[in-house]
Design a protein around this ligand. Structure first.
Ligand code: GLN
Length: 263
């Protein structure tokens, strides 16, 4: 007769500072396909002293709802035009699950959205009135990050020329504000207290920052990345520079928002 299995499960909370897919596959229960590990600041490591396979599977199964909650965030990248694929790559490098959003109904399936650079006037045309209204609803409820043309779309006020904004972040933004010779450039700005390489392409300038808006990054004296609530905007292209900190900050925002909605 098989002797009764003595077992002890150690559940350890592990704080992760950065994405690491290998560690993810070591600690992920079998019921969860690849999930965006980097979105979560904590995971749980389980070790059995001498559990049978069945016993450990039951234990993992019981933990599944917790894991699914931890790892169930999907980031959409608006893929109507512009450099959406560079965002997709960067987010995936950070461990996020990414879907390209082409139809309004696809917004229902995501927890956060990136609006890439491109041409904001063209975005407006491609969205149409219905798409614009649907996007407006989305950005009120879910974390959204706009870069360059995406930042223009998110603003309350758009100049040069005046055009409609989603009103998600209280800034006035001027399109193509750097003049011809500076249409595109790579410059060093500051993210908090540390330098950050910034790629500007026919970039807009943030001319006014509302009272509820936090400046996250600057270039010279200009605010170039801002946040209000769950909405972030950058006038440069963080997806084209090697530093992942801006995208990571957005993933943190999505994670915080998802946890806030659960509690
Ligand atoms: N100049 C573009 C606009 O006005 C933005 C450029 C960009 O996204 N790189 O919409």
């Amino acid at each position: 007769m098989k002797s009764p299995v003595k077992r002890k499960a150690h559940v350890t909370t592990v704080h992760h500072l950065q994405s690491n897919r290998d560690k993810d596959s070591m600690t992920r229960p079998p019921c969860v396909a690849h999930r965006p590990y980097a979105l979560q600041p904590v995971s749980i490591r389980i070790k059995f002293d001498s559990a049978t396979q069945t016993d450990s599977s039951i234990f993992l199964l019981l933990l599944c709802p917790l894991w699914l909650w931890f790892f169930s965030m999907t980031i959409g990248v608006l893929a109507l035009q512009g450099d959406f694929d560079a965002h997709r790559r960067r987010l995936e490098e950070l461990g996020a699950e990414v879907v390209l959003v082409k139809k309004p109904e696809e917004l229902d399936e995501i927890d956060g959205l990136v609006i890439p650079g491109g041409e904001s006037g063209t975005f407006l045309k491609l969205l149409g009135e219905k798409g614009f209204e649907r996007l407006k609803q989305f950005v009120r409820l879910k974390p959204t990050f706009g870069t360059c043309a995406g930042a223009i779309l998110l603003a309350t006020e758009v100049e040069n020329p005046k055009q409609a904004g989603l009103g998600a972040i209280d800034i006035r933004i001027r399109r193509n504000a750097y003049g011809r010779q500076l249409d595109s450039s790579i410059r060093e700005g500051m993210l908090g207290n540390s330098p950050l390489e910034m790629v500007f392409i026919r970039a807009p300038k943030i001319e006014r920052v509302g009272p509820g808006v936090e400046v996250i990054a600057t270039e010279g004296t200009d605010p170039v990345a801002v946040r209000q609530g769950r909405v972030m905007a950058a006038t440069f292209h963080p997806e084209l520079a090697p530093d992942p900190r801006i995208h990571r900050a957005f993933l943190d925002l999505v994670g915080q928002d998802a946890r806030g909605n659960e509690s």
